[in-house]
Write a protein of this length. Sequence first.
Length: 283
Amino acid sequence: MPTIQQLLPSARQRLRQAGCDSPRLDAEMLLGQAMHHNRTWLYANFKTIVTPSQLKEFDHLLQRRAQREPVAYLVGQREFFGLEFQVNEAVLIPRPETELLVETALQFSKNAKSRLTIVDVGTGSGCIAIALAKHLADATIFAVDISAEAVRLARQNGLRHQVKSAITFLQADLLSPFNQTLDLIVSNPPYISAAELLTVSPEVWHYEPRLALAGGADGLAIIRRLLAQAQTKLKPNGCLLVEIGSTQGQAVYRLAQTYFPHAHIKIKQDLAGLDRLLAVRLF
């Protein structure tokens, strides 16, 4: 039977030929999944023999990855804001660029003079709401998603990170459940346009939920509805944070001006220098 060191080169080559962007990382994560260890353990145990059952599981995972199924779905989790979240095909895979939204929300919360009421719209795996709950023990947090499967998974993640009692999970459309006004509204909504959706990678097109991706003809359909609802739901001195596509900054800025003509509006860039976040602050 092969050792870890002997097995990995051919696995990398197999994934490279399949068009995977990070064949080395993918191969190591999948072998770690098959052997129930992390990548650090693999590096420290290169001479370890891979058992027949582990080899069979690894080959199965490689076959699925070669068909471009995302690694996060294959291993069942993804790290976000220093926390591990369960993920499956009912939810969008958390991305590093979304951490900007959490960081900005935490910055806003530092100046709060009273207990905040926060709503995470389109919560998916719950990563945004749960990351906020871990850092804002006194906040009242709601996590909303139109997908019942997403809400179930978000609730499981809340239990995993011991914040389930701090968050109210709701199946609903955008801000429809709320009659009260809110201090902070955060959202990573669907914002990919119909044309752009045809150009995304196979990992996204074939596996991630269309409900969490498709933003209509111009990519702004859901954002437009969210802004329309938020204008009557946001408290004075409240804040709205919405993740956007990298080419949508100017269009979203103008749209926000329509609904919030007297607010401070800013488009924030991510670490790559790309437009990534709409920030609306009422005064």
